[in-house]
Structure formats: structure tokens, C-alpha cells
Design a protein around this ligand. Structure first.
Ligand code: TIU
Length: 223
């Protein structure tokens, strides 16, 4: 079986290449642009822009090989029926989920600020998962869609590393997926939290999975 350089040891690729899918988590204006949810929580959102070019290259690599791509979007229904009060009230920000901001209502499906950034816009043949929680498996059809495609290996990218990315990777690990977190395609508002997440994922013999780079993965996929 082919493998690619990764930590804590090489990541084994599946024999059937279509069993590997790219998951891009929450690369939405709400997290990357001023006036969205990340900004309302008091974060410096400009930090997250750094991964966009590398993630575009990785996405293009998956598209070139015809491999499955899943985009997730953190969002809520306009009536907030899928948003727990605890989530809405948390943080005591001036603007919170459902309030009108400069890009429309914060974290509400269909609003301009909730869109995926144009550089990474999904193609019609790609999967889009609308998720109300931090993990992409909670209250979504992701598990059924992965199983229907025979996918066993997940390449995990997006924002933020220690919140939605790590939660999703832990959920996927518990469901038996072989997960690789791409370190130059994920970012956090807190550099030290990103670093700690990479380390805790691959500690204890890869207790949650592997970490590796986009270049190593792309080289392995095209070999
Ligand atoms: N606040 C924060 O770091 N993240 C989130 O609220 N959602 C995601 O990580 N997508």
C-alpha cells in the first residue's frame, strides 16, 4: 500500500483512490472577514487568510484527480430553531448569532456573510454539508454520504484548527475513518492553539490521526 510522509509515522493511502475524500471545514466569510461571526467573538480574522492559496492548490489537486470533495458550512436556520440558546448567548458579544451585521445576519444560512469565500467556492458536483454544531457529523448527513461513496480516508482542512476542525476529526476518528490533518491548510485565531492541536492529534501513536503537508499529500496522490 502506498503511503505519504506524515507524523507520527507515514499515512497509508487506500488501495482504491476514490476512498479518499477532501473535507474543507467552514472556509466562510463569517470566519475570515471583518463583520462576521469570528470578528464578533473578538478575534483577529486576518490570520486565517494565510492558508487560502495552499488550500486552493490542494483543492485543485483533488479536482484534477476526480476525487470527492466535501465543503462544510457552519450555519443556522433563519428562525434559529437549530441553534441552542447556550450557543447564541455564549460570549456576551455585542453582535451574536442571528443579529444583523455588515454582511447580513451572523451565521445564518443564505446570508452573504455565511458564504464560502469565492476562492474556494464549491463546484456543482461537490458535496456541501450545512452544520449547526462544531463537528461536521452532528446533525448532518455526512456519515451517510461518506458511507454511500465507500470513503474510508479523510483529508481534513479548514478553520479553526482547535474548534470545528479538531471536533470533526475526533468525530471522524471515532467512526473509524483514517484522518490526516493538513497542517498548512488549517489555521486558528490563536497560533499556539493550532500548534497544540497538531501535537495532540498525533501524540500517543496518532491517537486521533496523522498530520502532514499539502505538498506531501499531492505528491503521494499523483504518484
Ligand atoms: N470560534 C472559532 O474558533 N470557531 C468557530 O466558532 N467555528 C469554527 O471553527 N468553524
Amino acid at each position: 500500500m502506498a503511503e505519504i510522509p506524515a507524523l507520527p509515522y507515514p499515512y497509508p493511502l487506500p488501495t482504491e483512490q476514490r476512498a479518499i475524500a477532501l473535507i474543507i471545514i467552514d472556509m466562510q466569510r463569517d470566519f475570515l472577514e471583518p463583520g462576521g461571526f469570528g470578528d464578533a467573538l473578538g478575534n483577529d480574522v486576518s490570520r486565517l487568510q494565510a492558508i487560502v492559496p495552499t488550500l486552493q492548490t490542494l483543492l485543485q489537486g483533488f479536482r484534477n484527480q476526480g476525487l470527492p470533495v466535501f465543503h462544510t458550512m457552519e450555519c443556522h436556520q433563519p428562525d434559529l430553531s437549530d441553534c441552542p440558546v447556550s450557543k447564541r448567548d455564549r460570549g456576551k458579544s455585542t453582535l451574536t448569532i442571528g443579529d444583523a451585521g455588515p454582511m447580513g445576519r451572523i451565521l445564518i444560512r443564505g446570508e452573504a456573510g455565511n458564504d464560502i469565500i469565492p476562492e474556494l467556492a464549491p463546484l456543482p458536483n461537490e458535496f456541501v454539508i450545512y452544520k449547526p454544531g462544531k463537528g461536521a457529523f452532528y446533525n448532518t448527513p455526512l456519515q451517510e454520504q461518506l458511507q454511500a461513496q465507500g470513503i474510508t480516508h479523510l483529508i481534513i482542512t479548514g478553520v479553526t484548527t482547535e474548534v470545528c476542525v479538531q471536533t470533526t476529526m475526533r468525530e471522524a476518528n471515532d467512526r473509524g475513518y483514517e484522518c490526516l490533518l493538513v497542517e498548512d491548510c488549517t489555521e486558528s485565531y490563536f497560533p499556539e492553539f493550532k500548534q497544540s492541536t497538531l501535537e495532540m492529534v498525533r501524540a500517543q501513536g496518532g491517537i486521533v490521526g496523522w498530520t502532514g503537508t499539502a505538498a506531501a499529500l499531492l505528491a503521494g496522490l499523483s504518484a
